[in-house]
Design a binder for this molecule. Structure first.
Ligand code: BGC
Length: 859
């Protein structure tokens, strides 16, 4: 038995941003084995220290040794012991290396181009920066620390450093600017070397945001700060930092925008500019740029990378002579185009999510036109844009007249390179496709921050969308690092603006297209997103760090609601995109927006009470729980009918009242469940909920004994429903239930995306109820395995928890329901069979069988 060690939420322990990184390990022991103690060995080069701790903890345990200093490396191993056993073997060693932890570690000077720029111009040509230098020996070790205003990609001696894109990502730059660390030992040689940086506007100064967007959001100048630290063979250290010895030149990327695309002129490439020996005498000395090292932070999650390449499933020539490609999958990324001949002087790449009448349909992109252009004269091409990204399934190439089979195009899929942790497949093909669509919308929209969509002129961190989707996302991928970072941004913006904004980062200085004011569902991300992450990953530090933000949100709503405990003032987005709302007014839902707001207020108060309890703040826990009860009573008094659970029952109002524990009288709650089931049945099992209720409907039905109605809702084909999207050929989740109308034309709404994850939040129910895997303690330390077969023949679910894989596989065959379950070392729980029986289980394999007659709802 060899434990498997990891650090923080990172796959790569180079450049960690804390002096005391937390450690976790998985153990694959015999069933019945239990950890009673662990021993960590920390070797920092000057002799190892060992730290024995009597504890059964194995997830995010505290750093046991002296804090690391900047740049310090330590090799860590762990071994574990049962109460009366010998220690296990040591884990494989893991090397942890701290980044630059102190702002004073930065000795380099930021640089920007020296030439005059017109800052009202969208198409300012970005700079290249370069520097040549000599090393007295081969490096023993070399690290490149860097950050930028704008986006950057580095080359050393003609070779790309790293494989991440859009560095340093998007954070609330005024407060938090990420720094990146690369191991560049292999890039450098004794003698002459050269380093070069490609740059682009990115979020820093590129036009961003809807309704025409805003230019120069964070600043007017692109700048680079890079510090190359090289340890030579004799042990001495050379630091080569950006300064005014570096030179600048206008880039062959003549324009680059995240929204509108990139234009690259191959004729303008200074050949060999990142190679040693290049003559840069015609380049201009760079000018000093100010950075604020006090704002520097290390990445907490993985960078954006290409995670997959898609080959087109269809390529055809249009009458106009252009080439239309179908990648068979909607995704976020861009094209790589290769051809040895036949390329005109301008090759233009267009992108779209859908075709209409065989043509790319781009109206829905609004101002994010997504056009890339390559200029050159050789007739050949091998090109991929560097600093832009698009959401698309189809592309059109203009300017290629060679044979189609000589055109080599791949769709490169880009998103934050998170580890996959969740799987679910069933006997139902449509459901499997739906689940894949949800996963693809997750991938497409987790591009450094949790975005609403990857294609049009938004791509903003809408708080409501991720609030409803976090439980799903955090089962399917390890998004702990990405969301941990984004929640810091949320807290920063909340402080700045006095409330939780509707999207984070806010676009500062922009004309306020949407006011910054409190709104339910969206603002509740401050409480509900950290809580969902706590359930999945058991990161107490994150929960504690977000607690002030969560509490100040609930406190603010408490003030707004006043003594009535009803939040019935101000603008609310409510049950956004309720399918009954008119296409041009998505907030005009059938459910009263103040009912939605009050229900969410109650739920956030309750989850805040749970958060306080988990953190040991007992008095707060009691206070917020009492608040929850008061809101619940106010809710029922205001909206409850004398003889009915709710005066105005809608799918969303009932789902909220049930799922958020607002009906304290069990008889009323049961009645609400019956009413909800009846409404759903009478509505032909079509979904009647938008963003505020869609993630709760299936749970509310299940919790009140109507799981078969929840299945009927999920398996309905008529629109609006999840499967109607699948039937219309969707490969991602749409923003609107009918982004494609029944006649397969595009919804005329000005806000129509084919890649929005919120309506995919039902997957959380699928994982817990069909797959049957549910956490009953943070991090899945204890679980409830309770799959419900409904009309399905089989399902197979897996969650790769911090302790290891939890699996649940079941079939219904020949009158028997059979279930096999696996729990990893460290996890215990209960298996509840669909016939109502329950068994306590521990780590290891378990098999169960029950006759189908005993299972309600099985077909
Ligand atoms: C976004 C959302 C968001 C909504 C709220 C839309 O434009 O795409 O998904 O939550 O606005 O106003």
């Amino acid at each position: 038995m060899i434990p498997e060690l990891s650090v923080e939420h990172l796959g790569d322990a180079l450049g960690v941003g804390t002096a005391t990184p937390r450690l976790s390990w998985k153990i694959a022991a015999d069933p019945g084995w239990r950890q009673a103690s662990y021993e960590l060995e920390v070797d920092r080069g000057s002799g190892a220290t060992r730290h024995l701790v009597h504890s059964d903890e194995q997830v995010l345990v505290p750093w046991p040794a002296e804090p690391l200093s900047s740049r310090e490396r330590a090799t860590v191993r762990v071994r574990v012991s049962a109460p009366d056993g010998d220690p296990s073997a040591w884990s494989a060693p893991l090397t942890v290396e701290a980044g630059l932890l102190d702002p004073l570690d930065w000795t380099a000077t930021g640089i920007q181009p020296p030439w005059h720029e017109d800052h009202s111009d969208d198409d300012r040509r970005p700079p290249l920066f370069r520097h040549g230098f000599e090393l007295d020996s081969d490096p023993r070790r070399a690290r490149l620390y860097l950050t930028a205003h704008g986006l950057t990609e580095i080359e050393i001696n003609g070779r790309r450093v790293g494989d991440d894109i859009l560095a340093p990502g998007w954070t609330v730059y005024q407060d938090r600017l990420r720094t990146i660390v690369h191991d560049v030992t292999d890039h450098l040689v004794a003698g002459e070397n050269a380093i070069g940086a490609w740059m682009a506007d990115g979020w820093w100064r590129g036009r961003y945001g809807f309704d025409g967007g805003t230019l120069n959001i964070y600043g007017t100048d692109i700048a680079l700060l890079a510090q190359l630290e090289v340890e030579l063979e004799d042990g001495s250290v050379r630091v080569i930092g950006t300064n005014t010895d570096w030179v600048a030149h206008p880039s062959p990327i003549v324009k680059s925008s995240l929204y509108t695309g990139e234009t690259f002129d191959a004729e303008l490439v200074p050949d060999g500019w990142t190679q040693p020996g290049f003559d840069d005498s015609a380049w201009q000395a760079a000018k000093v740029a100010e950075f604020a090292p006090g704002t520097f932070v290390a990445p907490e999650g993985p960078p954006v990378r290409c995670t997959e390449e898609l080959r087109p499933v269809d390529v055809r020539r249009t009458e106009r002579g252009s080439v239309v490609l179908d990648f068979g999958q909607n995704f976020s990324g861009r094209l790589r185009v290769r051809a040895a001949a036949g390329v005109g002087e301008r090759l233009v790449l267009r992108h779209a999510e859908v075709l209409q009448d065989g043509e790319l349909y781009t109206r829905t992109l609004r101002d994010a036109t997504s056009v890339d252009e390559y200029r050159g004269s050789t007739g050949s091409i091998d090109w991929e844009p560097r600093f832009t990204i698009h959401g698309f399934r189809y592309a059109e190439i203009e300017g290629y007249d060679g044979p189609l089979d000589r055109l080599d195009v791949v769709g490169r899929v880009y998103h934050s390179d998170m580890r996959r942790t969740g799987w679910l497949t069933t006997s139902h093909e449509g459901l499997n496709r739906l689940h894949e669509n949800i996963r693809w919308s997750l991938r497409s929209n987790f591009v450094d921050i949790p975005m609403d969509c990857p294609q049009r002129d938004e791509r903003l961190g809408w708080t409501g969308d991720i609030q409803v989707f976090t439980p799903t996302a955090s089962f399917l991928y390890d998004c702990s690092g990405l969301l941990s970072s984004w929640l810091r941004d949320l807290s920063a913006e909340q402080k700045r603006f006095g409330t939780v904004p509707w999207y984070v980062p806010v676009i500062p200085g922009a004309p306020m297209w949407t006011p910054i004011q409190p709104a339910a569902v969206w603002g509740d991300a401050a409480v509900l997103t950290p809580w969902a992450l706590w359930e999945r990953f058991a990161d107490r530090e994150l929960l504690a760090r977000q607690y002030p933000s969560a509490a100040s949100w609930v406190d603010q709503v408490t003030r707004l609601a006043g003594p009535s405990r009803l939040w019935n003032t101000g603008m609310q987005l409510g049950d956004w995109l309720d399918p009954n709302a008119p296409p041009d007014d998505p907030a005009l839902a059938v459910t009263d927006p103040y009912l939605v707001a009050t229900a969410y207020f109650a739920w956030s108060a309750e989850k805040l009470a749970d958060t306080a309890a988990a953190l040991g703040h007992q008095a707060d826990a009691e206070r917020y729980h009492r608040l929850h009860l008061e809101i619940a009573d106010a809710f029922t008094a205001e909206w409850g009918g004398d003889d009915r659970p709710l005066d105005d029952p809608t799918q969303t109002s009932l789902a909220l009242a049930i799922a958020f524990g607002l009906l304290r009288d069990p008889a009323r709650r049961a009645e609400a469940g019956d009413t909800l089931a009846r409404l759903v049945r009478e509505g032909g099992h079509r979904v009647g909920a938008g963003f505020a209720g869609v993630n709760l409907l299936s749970d509310a039905l299940t919790a009140t004994g109507h799981v078969e109605t929840a299945f009927a809702l999920l398996l309905e084909h008529g629109s609006p429903s999840w499967l109607s999207m699948v039937d219309k050929g969707a490969t991602t989740i749409w923003e609107r239930w009918d982004s494609l109308l029944d006649d397969l034309t595009v919804n005329p709404g000005n806000m129509t995306s084919f890649n929005h994850y919120a309506l995919g939040s039902v997957a959380d129910w699928m994982h817990r109820v069909i797959g049957g895997i549910e956490a009953t303690a943070p991090g899945y330390r204890t679980v409830r395995i309770a799959p419900r077969p409904g009309p399905l023949g089989c399902a197979s679910a897996r969650f790769e928890s911090a302790y290891g894989a939890i699996t649940s596989d079941w079939t219904v065959v020949d009158g028997a329901f059979s279930l096999s379950v696996h729990l990893p070392t460290g996890v215990t729980g209960t298996v509840e069979l669909p016939d109502g029986s329950a068994v306590a289980v521990g780590p290891g394999e378990h098999a169960f069988r029950t006759s189908v007659e005993a299972v309600p709802g099985v077909a």
